[in-house]
Design a protein around this ligand. Sequence first.
Ligand code: ADP
Ligand code: MG
Length: 584
Amino acid sequence: MAIKVLSTELANQIAAGEVIERPASVIKELVENSIDANAKTIKIHVYEAGRKLMIVDDDGDGISKKDVALAFKRHATSKIIDEHMLFRIATLGFRGEALPSIASIANVTLETAFKGEVGTKVYFENGKQINIDAPKRKGTKVEVSELFYNTPARLKHLKLDYTENAVILDVVTKIALAHPEVSFTLSFDDRERFTTTGRDDLQETILNVYGLNTAKNIIPLNVETTDFKISGFLGNTELVRANRYAIITNLNGRNVYMPKIQTAIIDAYHGFIAPSRYPFVVLNIESEPSLVDVNVHPSKKEVRLSKEQELINALLQNIPLALTIPTFVATKTTEEQVIKQPDQVSKEQNEQIFIELNLHEGTSSKENEIFRFSDHQEQEIKHSETKEVYGRKLRPLVQLHQTYIVCEHDDGGFCVIDQHAAHERINYEKFMLMLERKLKTRPLLVPYVLHLSKSEFNLFDDELLSYLTTVGLEVEQFGSDTLRVTSVPAWEEEYDEKLYIDEIIAMVRESRKVNYEKLRSNVIATMACKASIKAKQRLSIAEMEHLIRDLFLTNNPYSCPHGRPTIIRYTKYELEKLFQRTGT
Ligand code: ADP
Ligand code: MG
Protein backbone atom coordinates (compact mmCIF):
# COMPACT_ATOMS: atom_id res chain seq x y z
CA MET A 1 0.00 0.00 0.00
CA ALA A 2 1.26 3.46 -0.80
CA ILE A 3 2.47 5.55 2.11
CA LYS A 4 0.62 8.85 2.64
CA VAL A 5 0.80 11.64 5.18
CA LEU A 6 -2.38 11.69 7.30
CA SER A 7 -4.79 14.55 6.77
CA THR A 8 -4.78 17.12 9.57
CA GLU A 9 -8.29 16.10 10.64
CA LEU A 10 -7.33 12.45 10.90
CA ALA A 11 -4.09 13.23 12.74
CA ASN A 12 -6.04 15.33 15.24
CA GLN A 13 -8.58 12.59 15.74
CA ILE A 14 -5.81 10.12 16.43
CA ALA A 15 -4.29 12.49 18.97
CA ALA A 16 -7.74 12.96 20.48
CA GLY A 17 -7.90 9.21 20.97
CA GLU A 18 -5.03 9.48 23.43
CA VAL A 19 -5.94 12.68 25.19
CA ILE A 20 -9.74 12.72 25.16
CA GLU A 21 -11.13 9.53 26.55
CA ARG A 22 -14.34 10.85 28.03
CA PRO A 23 -16.06 14.11 28.97
CA ALA A 24 -13.89 14.48 32.06
CA SER A 25 -10.79 14.64 29.83
CA VAL A 26 -12.21 17.66 28.01
CA ILE A 27 -12.90 19.38 31.32
CA LYS A 28 -9.40 18.59 32.55
CA GLU A 29 -7.70 20.02 29.46
CA LEU A 30 -9.84 23.16 29.38
CA VAL A 31 -9.49 23.86 33.09
CA GLU A 32 -5.73 23.36 32.91
CA ASN A 33 -5.59 25.88 30.09
CA SER A 34 -7.50 28.34 32.28
CA ILE A 35 -5.03 27.85 35.13
CA ASP A 36 -2.08 28.27 32.77
CA ALA A 37 -3.71 31.54 31.67
CA ASN A 38 -3.59 32.75 35.32
CA ALA A 39 -7.34 32.63 35.85
CA LYS A 40 -8.54 33.43 39.36
CA THR A 41 -12.09 32.24 38.82
CA ILE A 42 -13.10 29.24 36.72
CA LYS A 43 -16.72 28.25 36.22
CA ILE A 44 -17.51 24.82 34.88
CA HIS A 45 -20.96 23.84 33.63
CA VAL A 46 -21.76 20.31 32.56
CA TYR A 47 -24.99 19.27 30.86
CA GLU A 48 -26.16 15.70 30.47
CA ALA A 49 -22.89 14.35 31.81
CA GLY A 50 -20.95 16.26 29.17
CA ARG A 51 -22.62 14.53 26.24
CA LYS A 52 -24.69 17.55 25.40
CA LEU A 53 -22.59 20.52 26.46
CA MET A 54 -19.62 21.50 28.61
CA ILE A 55 -18.66 25.10 29.33
CA VAL A 56 -15.45 26.31 30.93
CA ASP A 57 -15.46 30.02 31.59
CA ASP A 58 -12.39 31.77 33.01
CA ASP A 59 -11.14 35.25 33.83
CA GLY A 60 -7.58 34.58 32.70
CA ASP A 61 -5.27 36.40 30.32
CA GLY A 62 -7.24 35.55 27.19
CA ILE A 63 -5.86 34.97 23.70
CA SER A 64 -4.81 37.75 21.42
CA LYS A 65 -6.76 38.18 18.18
CA LYS A 66 -3.75 37.31 16.06
CA ASP A 67 -3.09 34.08 18.00
CA VAL A 68 -6.59 32.69 18.11
CA ALA A 69 -6.32 30.88 14.80
CA LEU A 70 -3.12 29.19 15.96
CA ALA A 71 -4.60 27.90 19.20
CA PHE A 72 -6.47 25.23 17.23
CA LYS A 73 -3.45 24.16 15.21
CA ARG A 74 -1.76 20.97 16.32
CA HIS A 75 1.54 21.40 18.20
CA ALA A 76 0.82 25.09 18.60
CA THR A 77 1.45 26.28 22.13
CA SER A 78 2.43 29.46 23.90
CA LYS A 79 4.02 27.47 26.71
CA ILE A 80 7.25 26.08 25.32
CA ILE A 81 9.66 28.31 23.52
CA ASP A 82 12.67 26.02 23.05
CA GLU A 83 13.81 22.46 23.69
CA HIS A 84 15.42 23.39 27.02
CA MET A 85 12.03 24.26 28.42
CA LEU A 86 10.80 20.72 27.90
CA PHE A 87 12.91 19.67 30.86
CA ARG A 88 11.59 22.23 33.29
CA ILE A 89 7.94 22.55 32.55
CA ALA A 90 6.12 24.88 34.89
CA THR A 91 2.76 24.99 33.10
CA LEU A 92 0.07 22.32 33.01
CA GLY A 93 -0.13 22.24 29.21
CA PHE A 94 2.77 22.14 26.76
CA ARG A 95 1.87 19.68 24.04
CA GLY A 96 -0.36 22.02 22.06
CA GLU A 97 -2.78 19.18 21.43
CA ALA A 98 -5.87 19.72 23.51
CA LEU A 99 -7.77 22.32 21.53
CA PRO A 100 -7.23 20.78 18.06
CA SER A 101 -8.00 17.32 19.47
CA ILE A 102 -11.24 18.45 21.05
CA ALA A 103 -12.26 20.37 17.94
CA SER A 104 -11.76 17.23 15.86
CA ILE A 105 -14.32 15.19 17.80
CA ALA A 106 -16.84 17.79 19.00
CA ASN A 107 -18.34 21.15 18.17
CA VAL A 108 -16.34 23.91 19.78
CA THR A 109 -16.82 27.61 20.18
CA LEU A 110 -14.37 29.83 21.98
CA GLU A 111 -14.80 33.42 23.02
CA THR A 112 -11.81 35.30 24.28
CA ALA A 113 -10.23 38.70 24.58
CA PHE A 114 -6.72 39.81 25.30
CA LYS A 115 -5.80 42.86 27.36
CA GLY A 116 -7.51 45.91 25.89
CA GLU A 117 -8.42 44.26 22.58
CA VAL A 118 -11.94 43.58 21.36
CA GLY A 119 -13.03 40.02 21.74
CA THR A 120 -12.84 37.20 19.22
CA LYS A 121 -15.25 34.37 18.71
CA VAL A 122 -14.14 31.17 17.01
CA TYR A 123 -16.34 28.35 15.83
CA PHE A 124 -16.15 25.56 13.31
CA GLU A 125 -18.41 25.03 10.35
CA ASN A 126 -17.90 21.84 8.35
CA GLY A 127 -14.49 21.53 9.88
CA LYS A 128 -13.51 25.05 8.84
CA GLN A 129 -12.43 27.47 11.55
CA ILE A 130 -14.28 30.80 11.52
CA ASN A 131 -13.11 33.80 13.55
CA ILE A 132 -15.35 36.79 14.06
CA ASP A 133 -15.26 39.85 16.32
CA ALA A 134 -17.07 39.49 19.61
CA PRO A 135 -17.83 41.72 22.59
CA LYS A 136 -14.94 42.60 24.84
CA ARG A 137 -14.64 40.33 27.89
CA LYS A 138 -12.22 39.24 30.55
CA GLY A 139 -10.73 35.82 29.92
CA THR A 140 -11.86 32.93 27.80
CA LYS A 141 -14.98 30.83 27.50
CA VAL A 142 -14.94 27.50 25.69
CA GLU A 143 -18.10 25.58 24.87
CA VAL A 144 -17.89 21.98 23.73
CA SER A 145 -21.01 20.21 22.49
CA GLU A 146 -21.91 16.93 20.78
CA LEU A 147 -18.77 15.22 22.03
CA PHE A 148 -17.74 12.17 19.95
CA TYR A 149 -20.47 12.87 17.34
CA ASN A 150 -18.10 11.56 14.65
CA THR A 151 -16.47 8.76 16.64
CA PRO A 152 -19.37 6.42 17.46
CA ALA A 153 -17.13 3.80 19.07
CA ARG A 154 -16.07 6.28 21.75
CA LEU A 155 -19.60 7.50 22.22
CA LYS A 156 -20.82 3.97 22.77
CA HIS A 157 -18.22 3.37 25.43
CA LEU A 158 -19.35 6.22 27.64
CA LYS A 159 -20.79 5.03 30.92
CA LEU A 160 -24.02 6.05 32.59
CA ASP A 161 -24.44 9.77 33.29
CA TYR A 162 -23.99 9.04 36.96
CA THR A 163 -20.54 7.58 36.34
CA GLU A 164 -19.35 10.21 33.87
CA ASN A 165 -20.42 12.93 36.31
CA ALA A 166 -18.55 11.16 39.10
CA VAL A 167 -15.38 11.15 37.00
CA ILE A 168 -15.78 14.85 36.19
CA LEU A 169 -16.34 15.58 39.87
CA ASP A 170 -13.20 13.66 40.71
CA VAL A 171 -11.11 15.51 38.11
CA VAL A 172 -12.31 18.96 39.14
CA THR A 173 -11.99 18.14 42.84
CA LYS A 174 -8.36 17.19 42.41
CA ILE A 175 -7.53 20.25 40.33
CA ALA A 176 -9.28 22.47 42.88
CA LEU A 177 -7.25 20.90 45.70
CA ALA A 178 -4.06 21.47 43.74
CA HIS A 179 -5.01 25.13 43.28
CA PRO A 180 -6.54 26.57 46.43
CA GLU A 181 -5.65 30.02 45.03
CA VAL A 182 -8.25 29.66 42.27
CA SER A 183 -12.00 29.74 42.81
CA PHE A 184 -13.75 26.86 41.04
CA THR A 185 -17.46 26.39 40.55
CA LEU A 186 -18.74 23.10 39.22
CA SER A 187 -22.33 22.52 38.27
CA PHE A 188 -24.20 19.64 36.70
CA ASP A 189 -27.31 20.55 34.72
CA ASP A 190 -27.38 23.96 36.40
CA ARG A 191 -27.23 22.45 39.88
CA GLU A 192 -24.14 23.62 41.71
CA ARG A 193 -21.97 20.81 43.06
CA PHE A 194 -19.40 22.97 44.80
CA THR A 195 -17.68 26.32 44.81
CA THR A 196 -14.27 26.87 46.28
CA THR A 197 -13.42 30.23 47.72
CA GLY A 198 -10.03 30.56 46.02
CA ARG A 199 -8.45 32.24 49.05
CA ASP A 200 -5.32 30.10 48.85
CA ASP A 201 -6.33 28.12 51.93
CA LEU A 202 -6.20 24.36 51.34
CA GLN A 203 -8.12 23.59 54.50
CA GLU A 204 -10.93 25.82 53.37
CA THR A 205 -10.84 24.21 49.92
CA ILE A 206 -11.18 20.76 51.51
CA LEU A 207 -14.14 22.07 53.46
CA ASN A 208 -15.65 23.47 50.25
CA VAL A 209 -15.37 20.27 48.26
CA TYR A 210 -15.75 17.50 50.83
CA GLY A 211 -17.86 19.16 53.49
CA LEU A 212 -17.47 19.43 57.23
CA ASN A 213 -17.29 15.78 58.12
CA THR A 214 -14.00 15.58 56.31
CA ALA A 215 -12.70 19.03 57.18
CA LYS A 216 -13.08 18.47 60.89
CA ASN A 217 -11.08 15.25 60.82
CA ILE A 218 -7.89 16.45 59.15
CA ILE A 219 -4.46 17.25 60.50
CA PRO A 220 -2.00 19.61 58.79
CA LEU A 221 1.32 18.39 57.45
CA ASN A 222 4.06 20.81 56.47
CA VAL A 223 7.51 19.49 55.70
CA GLU A 224 10.47 20.92 53.86
CA THR A 225 13.35 18.79 52.64
CA THR A 226 16.32 19.81 50.51
CA ASP A 227 14.41 19.32 47.28
CA PHE A 228 10.73 19.24 48.22
CA LYS A 229 8.19 21.35 49.98
CA ILE A 230 5.22 19.31 51.16
CA SER A 231 2.06 20.90 52.49
CA GLY A 232 -1.30 19.36 52.96
CA PHE A 233 -3.67 17.56 55.26
CA LEU A 234 -3.89 14.06 56.64
CA GLY A 235 -7.17 12.42 57.52
CA ASN A 236 -7.11 11.36 61.14
CA THR A 237 -7.66 7.77 62.18
CA GLU A 238 -11.40 8.25 62.25
CA LEU A 239 -11.55 9.28 58.61
CA VAL A 240 -10.84 6.04 56.83
CA ARG A 241 -11.88 4.73 53.46
CA ALA A 242 -12.32 1.32 51.92
CA ASN A 243 -10.16 2.23 48.89
CA ARG A 244 -7.15 4.32 48.07
CA TYR A 245 -8.90 6.89 45.88
CA ALA A 246 -8.76 9.57 48.53
CA ILE A 247 -4.97 9.62 48.63
CA ILE A 248 -4.44 12.69 46.51
CA THR A 249 -0.97 13.82 45.54
CA ASN A 250 -0.35 16.95 43.53
CA LEU A 251 3.07 17.77 42.21
CA ASN A 252 3.76 21.33 41.16
CA GLY A 253 0.08 22.05 40.75
CA ARG A 254 -0.67 18.93 38.76
CA ASN A 255 -2.57 15.94 40.07
CA VAL A 256 -0.35 12.96 39.41
CA TYR A 257 -0.39 9.30 40.25
CA MET A 258 2.84 8.30 41.99
CA PRO A 259 2.58 4.64 43.02
CA LYS A 260 5.63 4.63 45.27
CA ILE A 261 4.56 7.77 47.06
CA GLN A 262 1.10 6.32 47.55
CA THR A 263 2.60 3.16 49.07
CA ALA A 264 4.78 5.25 51.38
CA ILE A 265 1.72 7.15 52.59
CA ILE A 266 -0.15 3.90 53.27
CA ASP A 267 2.92 2.53 55.10
CA ALA A 268 3.17 5.67 57.17
CA TYR A 269 -0.35 5.02 58.44
CA HIS A 270 0.75 1.56 59.58
CA GLY A 271 -0.55 0.95 63.09
CA PHE A 272 -2.87 3.95 62.98
CA ILE A 273 -5.65 2.44 60.89
CA ALA A 274 -6.77 -1.09 60.15
CA PRO A 275 -4.74 -2.85 57.43
CA SER A 276 -7.70 -3.11 55.04
CA ARG A 277 -8.50 0.59 55.33
CA TYR A 278 -6.99 3.55 53.50
CA PRO A 279 -6.42 7.08 54.70
CA PHE A 280 -7.71 10.38 53.36
CA VAL A 281 -4.71 12.46 52.34
CA VAL A 282 -4.24 15.61 50.27
CA LEU A 283 -0.66 16.66 49.67
CA ASN A 284 0.60 19.47 47.52
CA ILE A 285 4.24 18.86 46.74
CA GLU A 286 6.51 21.42 45.19
CA SER A 287 9.89 20.83 43.63
CA GLU A 288 12.17 22.29 41.03
CA PRO A 289 10.41 21.62 37.69
CA SER A 290 13.64 20.07 36.41
CA LEU A 291 13.26 17.14 38.86
CA VAL A 292 10.01 16.15 37.21
CA ASP A 293 9.61 14.61 33.79
CA VAL A 294 6.01 15.20 32.80
CA ASN A 295 6.52 14.13 29.24
CA VAL A 296 5.86 10.43 29.88
CA HIS A 297 2.29 10.04 28.69
CA PRO A 298 -0.01 12.30 26.63
CA SER A 299 -2.51 12.53 29.48
CA LYS A 300 0.36 13.65 31.80
CA LYS A 301 -1.14 11.59 34.62
CA GLU A 302 2.09 9.77 35.35
CA VAL A 303 5.41 11.49 35.83
CA ARG A 304 8.98 10.53 36.47
CA LEU A 305 10.45 12.05 39.56
CA SER A 306 14.10 12.31 40.49
CA LYS A 307 14.96 12.08 44.19
CA GLU A 308 11.74 10.21 44.86
CA GLN A 309 13.37 8.39 47.80
CA GLU A 310 13.98 11.67 49.59
CA LEU A 311 10.26 12.38 49.36
CA ILE A 312 9.37 8.87 50.53
CA ASN A 313 11.62 9.15 53.58
CA ALA A 314 10.18 12.52 54.49
CA LEU A 315 6.65 11.09 54.36
CA LEU A 316 7.50 7.94 56.32
CA GLN A 317 9.07 10.03 59.01
CA ASN A 318 6.67 12.93 59.27
CA ILE A 319 3.21 11.45 58.74
CA PRO A 320 3.32 9.30 61.93
CA LEU A 321 4.55 12.33 63.88
CA ALA A 322 1.73 14.50 62.58
CA LEU A 323 -0.85 11.83 63.35
CA THR A 324 0.00 11.87 67.04
CA ILE A 325 -0.75 15.58 67.35
CA PRO A 326 -4.26 16.35 68.69
CA THR A 327 -6.91 16.44 66.00
CA PHE A 328 -8.53 19.58 64.70
CA VAL A 329 -12.20 19.94 65.24
CA ALA A 330 -14.58 22.05 63.29
CA THR A 331 -17.05 24.59 64.44
CA LYS A 332 -19.37 26.88 62.61
CA THR A 333 -20.12 30.55 62.93
CA THR A 334 -23.22 32.18 61.58
CA GLU A 335 -21.24 33.94 58.87
CA GLU A 336 -19.29 31.07 57.40
CA GLN A 337 -17.68 27.76 58.16
CA VAL A 338 -14.31 28.02 59.83
CA ILE A 339 -11.98 25.54 61.43
CA LYS A 340 -10.70 26.02 64.95
CA GLN A 341 -8.29 24.26 67.22
CA PRO A 342 -9.88 22.28 70.04
CA ASP A 343 -8.66 24.59 72.77
CA GLN A 344 -10.59 27.46 71.26
CA VAL A 345 -13.88 25.69 71.83
CA SER A 346 -15.13 24.31 75.11
CA LYS A 347 -16.21 20.67 75.33
CA GLU A 348 -19.87 21.53 75.92
CA GLN A 349 -19.89 23.91 72.99
CA ASN A 350 -18.36 21.15 70.92
CA GLU A 351 -21.11 18.69 71.61
CA GLN A 352 -23.69 21.29 70.81
CA ILE A 353 -21.96 22.17 67.57
CA PHE A 354 -21.57 18.60 66.45
CA ILE A 355 -25.24 17.95 66.92
CA GLU A 356 -26.14 21.03 64.93
CA LEU A 357 -23.77 20.11 62.15
CA ASN A 358 -25.09 16.61 61.86
CA LEU A 359 -28.59 17.94 61.44
CA HIS A 360 -27.43 20.51 58.96
CA GLU A 361 -25.53 18.05 56.82
CA GLY A 362 -28.21 15.43 57.01
CA THR A 363 -30.82 17.69 55.57
CA SER A 364 -29.02 19.74 52.98
CA SER A 365 -26.43 17.62 51.28
CA LYS A 366 -28.21 14.31 50.70
CA GLU A 367 -28.85 15.07 47.09
CA ASN A 368 -25.33 16.27 46.52
CA GLU A 369 -23.84 13.11 47.89
CA ILE A 370 -25.14 11.03 45.02
CA PHE A 371 -22.04 11.61 42.97
CA ARG A 372 -19.59 11.08 45.70
CA PHE A 373 -19.88 8.18 48.03
CA SER A 374 -20.21 4.53 47.32
CA ASP A 375 -21.73 2.50 50.13
CA HIS A 376 -18.28 1.62 51.39
CA GLN A 377 -17.09 5.16 51.43
CA GLU A 378 -20.02 6.25 53.51
CA GLN A 379 -18.32 4.56 56.40
CA GLU A 380 -15.94 7.45 56.61
CA ILE A 381 -18.70 9.61 58.03
CA LYS A 382 -19.31 7.17 60.83
CA HIS A 383 -17.82 8.87 63.80
CA SER A 384 -19.31 12.30 64.01
CA GLU A 385 -18.69 13.11 67.65
CA THR A 386 -15.54 13.29 69.72
CA LYS A 387 -14.33 9.97 71.06
CA GLU A 388 -14.66 10.98 74.71
CA VAL A 389 -18.26 11.97 74.17
CA TYR A 390 -19.00 8.70 72.44
CA GLY A 391 -17.32 6.69 75.19
CA ARG A 392 -19.25 8.44 77.94
CA LYS A 393 -22.54 7.42 76.37
CA LEU A 394 -21.74 3.70 76.33
CA ARG A 395 -23.16 1.26 78.89
CA PRO A 396 -21.80 -2.30 79.02
CA LEU A 397 -24.60 -4.86 79.31
CA VAL A 398 -23.15 -8.30 78.87
CA GLN A 399 -20.08 -10.25 77.87
CA LEU A 400 -20.40 -12.68 74.93
CA HIS A 401 -18.29 -15.83 74.86
CA GLN A 402 -16.10 -14.22 77.53
CA THR A 403 -14.57 -12.29 74.63
CA TYR A 404 -16.83 -9.46 73.46
CA ILE A 405 -18.49 -6.75 75.47
CA VAL A 406 -21.90 -5.64 74.26
CA CYS A 407 -22.82 -2.04 75.08
CA GLU A 408 -25.81 0.10 74.39
CA HIS A 409 -25.33 3.70 73.36
CA ASP A 410 -27.46 6.70 74.27
CA ASP A 411 -28.09 7.45 70.61
CA GLY A 412 -30.23 4.33 70.26
CA GLY A 413 -27.48 2.19 68.74
CA PHE A 414 -25.15 -0.38 70.21
CA CYS A 415 -21.62 -1.60 69.89
CA VAL A 416 -19.51 -4.67 70.46
CA ILE A 417 -16.03 -4.28 71.89
CA ASP A 418 -13.28 -6.86 71.54
CA GLN A 419 -11.96 -6.94 75.12
CA HIS A 420 -8.50 -8.13 74.16
CA ALA A 421 -8.05 -5.61 71.34
CA ALA A 422 -9.31 -2.82 73.62
CA HIS A 423 -6.92 -3.73 76.40
CA GLU A 424 -4.09 -3.97 73.89
CA ARG A 425 -4.75 -0.42 72.79
CA ILE A 426 -4.75 0.80 76.39
CA ASN A 427 -1.50 -1.00 77.20
CA TYR A 428 0.10 0.11 73.96
CA GLU A 429 -0.35 3.76 74.75
CA LYS A 430 0.74 3.18 78.32
CA PHE A 431 3.97 1.50 77.20
CA MET A 432 4.53 4.18 74.60
CA LEU A 433 4.36 6.79 77.32
CA MET A 434 6.73 4.83 79.49
CA LEU A 435 9.24 4.62 76.69
CA GLU A 436 9.00 8.29 75.92
CA ARG A 437 10.02 9.13 79.44
CA LYS A 438 13.54 8.28 80.44
CA LEU A 439 13.59 4.54 80.89
CA LYS A 440 14.77 3.12 84.14
CA THR A 441 16.66 -0.10 83.70
CA ARG A 442 17.20 -2.96 86.07
CA PRO A 443 20.29 -5.21 85.95
CA LEU A 444 19.65 -8.89 85.41
CA LEU A 445 21.10 -11.12 88.09
CA VAL A 446 22.03 -13.65 85.48
CA PRO A 447 22.71 -12.09 82.07
CA TYR A 448 20.66 -13.37 79.19
CA VAL A 449 23.00 -14.99 76.66
CA LEU A 450 22.37 -15.17 72.92
CA HIS A 451 24.44 -17.18 70.48
CA LEU A 452 24.26 -15.80 66.97
CA SER A 453 25.62 -16.62 63.55
CA LYS A 454 28.51 -14.47 62.40
CA SER A 455 26.38 -12.41 60.04
CA GLU A 456 23.70 -11.88 62.67
CA PHE A 457 26.31 -10.90 65.18
CA ASN A 458 27.67 -8.29 62.79
CA LEU A 459 24.32 -6.58 62.67
CA PHE A 460 24.77 -5.52 66.27
CA ASP A 461 27.08 -2.63 65.58
CA ASP A 462 27.57 0.32 67.91
CA GLU A 463 24.67 2.20 66.45
CA LEU A 464 22.26 -0.64 67.04
CA LEU A 465 23.58 -1.34 70.52
CA SER A 466 23.12 2.26 71.51
CA TYR A 467 19.63 2.19 70.03
CA LEU A 468 18.82 -0.85 72.16
CA THR A 469 19.54 1.18 75.27
CA THR A 470 16.66 3.46 74.26
CA VAL A 471 14.34 0.46 74.44
CA GLY A 472 15.81 -0.43 77.82
CA LEU A 473 18.23 -3.19 76.85
CA GLU A 474 21.87 -3.05 77.76
CA VAL A 475 23.63 -5.48 75.50
CA GLU A 476 27.30 -6.23 75.30
CA GLN A 477 29.33 -8.26 72.85
CA PHE A 478 30.99 -11.29 74.27
CA GLY A 479 33.52 -13.17 72.18
CA SER A 480 32.92 -13.20 68.45
CA ASP A 481 29.38 -14.54 68.25
CA THR A 482 27.70 -14.03 71.59
CA LEU A 483 25.62 -11.20 73.01
CA ARG A 484 24.87 -10.73 76.67
CA VAL A 485 21.87 -8.75 77.79
CA THR A 486 22.76 -7.30 81.17
CA SER A 487 19.89 -4.92 81.87
CA VAL A 488 16.20 -4.78 81.03
CA PRO A 489 13.55 -2.09 81.52
CA ALA A 490 12.31 -1.67 85.06
CA TRP A 491 8.61 -1.23 84.62
CA GLU A 492 6.17 -1.11 87.45
CA GLU A 493 4.08 -3.80 85.88
CA GLU A 494 5.26 -7.35 85.69
CA TYR A 495 6.28 -8.53 82.29
CA ASP A 496 8.12 -11.36 80.62
CA GLU A 497 11.68 -10.10 80.22
CA LYS A 498 12.83 -12.99 78.11
CA LEU A 499 10.00 -12.47 75.71
CA TYR A 500 10.78 -8.79 75.43
CA ILE A 501 14.41 -9.50 74.64
CA ASP A 502 13.55 -12.25 72.14
CA GLU A 503 11.05 -10.04 70.41
CA ILE A 504 13.56 -7.28 69.85
CA ILE A 505 16.32 -9.60 68.74
CA ALA A 506 13.98 -11.46 66.39
CA MET A 507 12.93 -8.20 64.82
CA VAL A 508 16.49 -7.10 64.25
CA ARG A 509 17.34 -10.47 62.73
CA GLU A 510 14.34 -10.56 60.50
CA SER A 511 14.38 -7.11 59.01
CA ARG A 512 18.17 -6.75 58.87
CA LYS A 513 17.77 -3.07 58.25
CA VAL A 514 16.46 -1.48 61.37
CA ASN A 515 13.58 0.92 61.04
CA TYR A 516 13.80 2.24 64.58
CA GLU A 517 10.35 3.79 64.67
CA LYS A 518 8.75 0.61 63.43
CA LEU A 519 10.87 -1.54 65.70
CA ARG A 520 9.81 0.51 68.66
CA SER A 521 6.14 0.46 67.83
CA ASN A 522 6.24 -3.27 67.03
CA VAL A 523 8.01 -4.11 70.26
CA ILE A 524 5.53 -2.08 72.21
CA ALA A 525 2.61 -3.59 70.33
CA THR A 526 3.81 -7.08 71.14
CA MET A 527 4.35 -6.21 74.76
CA ALA A 528 0.92 -4.67 74.94
CA CYS A 529 -0.54 -7.77 73.43
CA LYS A 530 1.17 -10.07 75.91
CA ALA A 531 0.22 -7.91 78.87
CA SER A 532 -3.44 -7.70 77.92
CA ILE A 533 -6.40 -9.63 79.18
CA LYS A 534 -7.14 -12.42 76.81
CA ALA A 535 -10.27 -13.59 75.21
CA LYS A 536 -11.94 -16.20 77.39
CA GLN A 537 -11.66 -14.20 80.56
CA ARG A 538 -14.78 -13.38 82.50
CA LEU A 539 -15.24 -9.70 83.40
CA SER A 540 -17.61 -8.06 85.85
CA ILE A 541 -19.70 -5.09 84.72
CA ALA A 542 -17.43 -2.86 86.81
CA GLU A 543 -14.37 -4.24 85.04
CA MET A 544 -16.01 -3.68 81.67
CA GLU A 545 -16.84 -0.09 82.60
CA HIS A 546 -13.28 0.44 83.67
CA LEU A 547 -11.93 -0.96 80.41
CA ILE A 548 -14.24 1.22 78.31
CA ARG A 549 -13.32 4.33 80.26
CA ASP A 550 -9.61 3.65 79.78
CA LEU A 551 -10.10 2.81 76.13
CA PHE A 552 -11.72 6.15 75.39
CA LEU A 553 -8.90 7.97 77.11
CA THR A 554 -6.49 6.66 74.48
CA ASN A 555 -5.65 8.59 71.35
CA ASN A 556 -7.17 6.04 69.06
CA PRO A 557 -9.83 3.91 70.74
CA TYR A 558 -11.09 2.54 67.44
CA SER A 559 -8.26 0.22 66.57
CA CYS A 560 -5.72 -1.95 68.32
CA PRO A 561 -2.00 -1.33 67.79
CA HIS A 562 -1.99 -3.89 64.98
CA GLY A 563 -4.65 -1.89 63.20
CA ARG A 564 -7.56 -4.24 63.81
CA PRO A 565 -10.81 -2.69 65.02
CA THR A 566 -11.56 -2.65 68.73
CA ILE A 567 -15.19 -1.65 68.32
CA ILE A 568 -17.91 -2.57 65.91
CA ARG A 569 -20.56 0.06 66.05
CA TYR A 570 -24.17 0.13 64.93
CA THR A 571 -26.04 3.40 65.02
CA LYS A 572 -29.78 3.59 65.52
CA TYR A 573 -30.09 4.37 61.82
CA GLU A 574 -28.10 1.31 60.79
CA LEU A 575 -30.17 -0.94 63.03
CA GLU A 576 -33.37 0.44 61.58
CA LYS A 577 -32.01 -0.06 58.10
CA LEU A 578 -31.15 -3.68 58.83
CA PHE A 579 -34.67 -4.31 60.11
CA GLN A 580 -36.09 -2.26 57.23
CA ARG A 581 -37.72 0.13 59.63
CA THR A 582 -36.47 3.29 57.96
CA GLY A 583 -39.07 5.76 56.78
CA THR A 584 -41.75 4.24 58.99
P1 ADP B 1 -1.26 23.60 25.41
O1 ADP B 1 -2.09 23.88 26.59
O2 ADP B 1 -0.56 22.30 25.48
O3 ADP B 1 -0.38 24.73 25.03
P2 ADP B 1 -3.78 23.63 23.99
O4 ADP B 1 -4.21 23.05 22.70
O5 ADP B 1 -4.49 23.19 25.22
O6 ADP B 1 -2.24 23.39 24.15
O7 ADP B 1 -3.91 25.20 23.90
C1 ADP B 1 -3.20 25.87 22.84
C2 ADP B 1 -2.90 27.29 23.23
O8 ADP B 1 -4.10 28.04 23.32
C3 ADP B 1 -2.26 27.45 24.59
O9 ADP B 1 -0.85 27.30 24.52
C4 ADP B 1 -2.66 28.86 24.98
O10 ADP B 1 -1.79 29.81 24.44
C5 ADP B 1 -4.01 29.04 24.32
N1 ADP B 1 -5.13 28.85 25.25
C6 ADP B 1 -5.92 27.75 25.33
N2 ADP B 1 -6.87 27.93 26.28
C7 ADP B 1 -6.68 29.13 26.84
C8 ADP B 1 -7.34 29.90 27.87
N3 ADP B 1 -8.38 29.42 28.56
N4 ADP B 1 -6.84 31.13 28.14
C9 ADP B 1 -5.78 31.63 27.47
N5 ADP B 1 -5.14 30.96 26.50
C10 ADP B 1 -5.56 29.73 26.17
MG1 MG C 1 -3.70 22.74 27.18
